[in-house]
Design a protein around this ligand. Structure first.
Ligand SMILES: *[C@@H]1O[C@H](CO)[C@@H](O)[C@H](O)[C@H]1NC(C)=O
Length: 355
């Protein structure tokens, strides 16, 4: 029963990624990286929520500076940490819900993400994590604190110049729509569910824009069918085509939404960062990237373990996560996050460099 629950609770999260070396002049123009999303970028906010969806125990964090356990779904840092570093800002972004940090820390970058969430509020309810709407509420609280910290006028400039990074979407399908856990849209065809999701996404971006955000990067879905958990569960070890197709189609719809929002909201620069092709190339050409294993996670058997199933008592965990694309059955390893971040910095974020 416990095993079953853990297995089903492993249909959530997901991952995305992205960063790099940005020229100093550009770096100076971005005062902070501000992150929203799910487990792919959660820096530890779920540690402070009443949810079973946590990873604040070893071996998570074993390759983090000092082996620190932070609540990141990785053996080390996540993609947005590398993006922050690539912009010449701090190497790790602090989780907004972590009482250890204050506005002084958050003033050069902050992470509002919550593992297990999606654009659909019902997705977050499954594991009692923060809906993205709550992440936006936290952002508004943050704005209030910034105003006290640097004054009203500087805050408006800061919000406009900051770089916003959004990584979310997998859980709406993998934790919600395609599982028995789904609480919404039960009988909708997937196309109609996507219409609902795109409406939720549009509202989310409009809220951010209205609060002052202008430079935003949205990460697209990765090849969901090639997640180790999905391979083991539906693909008999191979990538499961149905979910890869779904990811491609949904990504194209997100790109259309991005165009529409840029047309409708004056001054907005929302850029879609495609991860699908980047990650698929890693899966198809592992040697090119120095990977020895791209179909199983490092943690445990690599087929199903994540969260509580990925723990220090599991005897099968690999010794060198750098050789693995995936850290657990759902999330990229630290080196993967770094690689994807560098590619995104060079291809997506570079678009913001000329003004
Ligand atoms: C990103 O661009 C830098 C500078 O041009 C280059 O040195 C680096 O290899 C690139 N990284 C990737 C992953 O493409």
């Amino acid at each position: 029963m416990l095993g079953l629950r853990l297995l089903s609770s492993s249909f959530f999260l997901l991952g995305l990624i992205t960063t790099t070396t940005v020229e100093p002049t550009i770096a100076g123009k971005v005062p902070a990286i501000i992150v929203f999303g799910d487990s792919t970028v959660d820096a530890g906010n779920n540690n402070f929520l009443d949810t079973p969806l946590k990873c604040d125990f070893s071996p998570y964090g074993r390759d983090f500076d000092g082996g620190k356990i932070t609540g990141r779904w990785s053996n080390g840092r996540v993609a947005t940490d590398f993006i922050s570093e690539g912009f010449g800002l701090k190497k790790t972004l602090p989780a907004f819900r972590d009482p250890e940090y204050t506005i002084k820390d958050f003033a050069t970058g902050v992470d509002f993400a919550s593992a297990g969430t999606g654009f659909d509020p019902a997705t977050a309810h499954i594991m009692n994590v923060m809906p993205v709407q709550t992440e936006v509420d936290d952002y508004k609280k943050y704005i209030g604190e910034l105003k006290e910290y640097m004054g009203e006028k500087k805050t408006a400039e800061f919000l406009k110049d900051a770089m916003y990074v959004i990584s979310v979407g997998t859980n709406d399908f993998m934790e919600n729509y395609y599982t028995p856990l789904r609480t919404s849209a039960y009988s909708l065809p997937v196309e109609e569910y996507e219409v609902q999701l795109l409406g939720d996404a549009e509202k989310f971006f409009t809220d951010l824009y209205n609060a002052g955000a202008r430079k935003i990067v949205l990460f697209g879905l990765t090849p969901l069918g090639c997640l180790p958990l999905v391979r083991a569960t539906w693909g008999l070890g191979d990538c499961y085509d149905k979910y890869n197709e779904l990811a491609k189609i949904y990504n194209s719809k997100l790109e259309s939404l991005v165009k529409k929002l840029n047309n409708n909201l004056k001054g907005l620069r929302l850029v879609f960062s495609p991860l699908y092709g980047t990650v698929m190339d890693m899966i198809e050409h592992p040697g090119k990237y120095g990977f020895e294993n791209v179909d199983k996670g490092c943690c445990g058997t690599g087929m199903v373990e994540m969260s509580f199933m990925c723990n220090r008592l599991n005897p099968f965990t690999c010794s060198d996560a750098d050789k693995y694309l995936f850290w657990d059955s759902f999330h990229p390893a630290q080196r993967t996050a770094k690689l994807v971040s560098e590619i995104a910095l060079n291809t997506t974020f570079v678009q913001f460099m000329n003004n």
